[in-house]
Design a protein around this ligand. Structure first.
Ligand code: PEP
Ligand code: MN
Length: 362
């Protein structure tokens, strides 16, 4: 097995991969490459073949874009990176001497696809990066790395781009940091790169997510960067200008892991993150409970039933205390908690009643 960061150590600073979501034209690629700070970014990315959720969207310029990527490499000295999703993409990317090939989130979910790509890359000296699968499944992510290792591919890395959720959250793809941290524990020799662009889905959150990644001692970042972000042909909302990228990369604070104090801060950051993720899901569950309660309010109104039902409250309280006991939570605490939640529900239902009464009386 490789020593950690074997290939990534080539850079004496964290790895930064930047460039557009999609290659659009030679002019666009050259302008972005020109404006990116070469002292902060080592690898230029561009999607050539784009996996789009729905048909009839821009699906990438195709092989012609590899010429532009190669030109960026030759003229500006960047290493170059693109996504590959089948054996033919691999062949073309290798023909054009692409340095970093990554497997996209929609491909990592499919073992047949990963196997096909791994076999096409057998024995390669190139760096191969695996994005997390769109669904929160650690084994699928690790399994993809193992398929590549099975084909004697040594220079591997992981990209954390967050996970799909049906419910809208403040993220486009919920980071669920714990999954990436577990990946790092299980595969400590595989460098971890954060992709804040696909996690956030907007420009505003990119600095914060990037800083969080470095607090967890990630090895690098991949950030979508465009000369005219608002006019980008894909993922326009989340792309930033090369100048903004420079600002972000300069502002991020790096943590060093070589002393006890740093280890303490790292462990604290991990645990606080777990707490934050828990608090978020508690609040989301409460909000969901209120929306169910609102529906009950509508039903009660239709059937002319009083909002407060003492029997029902008694039953809710008893059930919760019983459940709480099994979970090691005191009766006093459960009583306060469930009373507060029930009270809020009743207020919601009262509002529904009053609103309708008001309309009826008009
Ligand atoms: C991309 O990097 O442009 C991309 C398509 O990412 P993902 O596979 O994370 O959706
Ligand atoms: Mn994108």
């Amino acid at each position: 097995m490789n020593e950690k960061n074997n290939w990534i150590k080539e850079f004496n600073q964290p790895l930064a991969i930047a460039g557009p979501c999609s290659a659009e034209s030679e002019k666009q690629m050259m302008e972005i490459a020109e404006r990116i700070d070469k002292t902060l970014v080592q690898v230029f990315r561009a999607g050539i073949w784009k996996p789009r959720t729905k048909p009839n969207c821009f699906e990438g310029v195709g092989a012609i874009g590899l010429n532009w990527l190669k030109k960026v490499k030759d003229e500006f000295g960047f290493k170059i990176a693109t996504e590959v999703a089948n054996a033919n993409h691999v062949k073309l990317a290798l023909d054009y001497d692409v340095d970093y090939l990554w497997i996209g989130a929609r491909s990592t979910v499919n073992p047949f696809t990963v196997q096909e790509i791994a076999e096409a890359l057998r024995d390669t000296e190139k760096v191969v990066l695996v994005k997390n699968p769109v669904n929160p499944d650690l084994d699928l992510w690790i399994g993809a790395i193992e398929r590549l290792q099975g084909q004697n591919i040594q220079k591997l890395g992981a990209i954390h781009r967050g996970f799909s959720t049906y419910k809208k959250t403040k993220y486009r793809n919920n980071p669920q940091w714990q999954i990436a941290l577990d990946f790092m524990d299980k595969m400590p020799d595989v460098p971890m790169i954060c992709d804040p662009s696909h996690i956030c889905g907007n420009r505003e959150g990119i600095f914060e997510v990037s800083q969080q990644a470095y607090n967890f001692e990630y090895d690098g970042l991949m950030i979508e960067t465009h000369n005219h972000p608002d006019e980008a042909w894909s993922d326009a909302k989340q792309q930033i200008t090369p100048e903004r990228l420079t600002e972000i990369l300069r502002k991020i604070e790096l943590r060093k892991s070589d002393d006890e104090d740093a280890l303490y801060h790292m462990n604290l950051a991990r645990l606080r993150n777990e707490i934050d993720e828990n608090d978020q899901s508690i609040l989301e569950s409460i909000a969901q409970r209120m929306s169910i309660s609102n529906k009950i309010g509508e039903l009660k109104k239709e059937h002319n039933v009083a909002v407060f039902q003492p029997e029902r409250w008694k039953q809710i309280r008893e059930n919760s205390v019983k459940q709480g006991e099994k979970l090691g939570l005191s009766e006093e605490f459960i009583d306060k908690l469930i009373r507060a939640i029930h009270q809020e529900s009743i207020q919601h239902q009262n509002l529904i009643m009053n609103k309708k009464n008001h309309l009826q009386s008009e």
